[in-house]
Design a protein around this ligand. Structure first.
Ligand code: MLT
Length: 279
């Protein structure tokens, strides 16, 4: 495997991926139904510690429209790996939040040699149950047929669950931003990701075989992937560490960026830019 290319400096070198900073490559995989824009606090707060690569997952943000009815987590992982190829990055610390975490686990399973470390934030390894799958398929149909009002309705039902009550009160600009982002998400991408998440396999079996340094992060008030699930995740992954972010819900990286970035900075200290690390 060739060594990583010289890191780009504070540039967005191609559409649909931010590539900022230098040092250990950190691939950031965003949540549903957002885009790489959710990583702005990390792109500004961590660029002195690592090289941040934040792609839009297929169909989201400014990436091209996804051509199929479903976009599987494996498809998203392959798309992220092709961005690493384009950036000349042989292997990265792979960080995913929620849906991004599902993608990170798929990426580890399929492209293990591309992963130097894992950050699993506000996510889980288990698949959906039957009722959850049904809700996703119904939501996909609603968004496809309902257009902007359906996306606005999705935002109204999702936003209160994405962030902690105190964030909702204290960060009205973040609440408004989330509503705008979700309302502007491409319906095709939202529907395809819902179907892809519905179809994702249970990857719990993978956890005891994870052989790279792993950090699990969770907002202490995450109601979508509650902290108990992150404790279970930590317990199943050899040597994994868990950081619980006070005052945050599901979107912990956006709600408490300073604490979140501090946890990442500390974790990244164990890696060297040239491919060494703790693993
Ligand atoms: C996310 O934040 O990415 C979603 O909560 C993931 C999901 O719907 O399971």
């Amino acid at each position: 495997m060739p060594p990583p290319a010289a890191p780009a400096e504070s540039v967005q070198c191609r559409p649909a991926m931010d590539d900022i900073g230098e040092g250990v490559p950190l691939l950031l995989l965003h949540a549903f139904p957002l885009s790489r824009r959710m990583w702005r606090p990390q792109l500004t707060g961590l660029a002195d510690s690592c090289r941040l690569l934040a792609p839009d997952l297929p169909g989201f943000g400014s990436s091209p429209q996804w051509p199929a009815a479903a976009c599987r987590m494996e498809d998203m992982a392959a798309a992220a790996v092709s961005r690493l190829d384009e950036a000349g990055v042989a292997a990265a610390v792979v960080c995913g939040l929620s849906m991004g975490g599902y993608v990170a686990l798929a990426l580890y399973e399929i492209f293990r040699e591309r992963v130097r470390g894992l950050v699993l934030a506000d996510t889980r390894a288990a698949a959906d149950d039957e009722a959850g799958r049904g809700r996703r398929f119904a939501s996909a149909r609603a968004v496809e047929s309902g257009g902007p009002p359906a996306l606005a309705a999705l935002a109204s039902s999702l936003v209160p669950r994405l962030i902690a009550p105190r964030t909702r009160t204290a960060r009205t600009e973040l609440v408004a931003w989330l509503h705008r982002e979700i309302a502007a998400a491409p319906p095709v991408a939202v529907a395809a990701a819902q179907r892809g998440m519905a179809e994702r396999p249970d990857r719990t079996h993978l956890l005891p075989h994870i052989a790279v340094p792993t950090l699990v992060v969770v907002g202490e008030e995450d109601e979508i992937t509650p902290p108990a699930e992150s404790v279970a995740l930590r317990d199943r992954i050899p040597g994994a560490r868990l950081v619980t972010v006070a005052g945050a819900g599901h979107l912990s990286s956006l709600e408490q960026p300073e604490a979140w970035n501090a946890a990442l900075r500390e974790f990244l200290r164990g890696f060297t830019p040239d491919g060494g690390g703790r693993g």
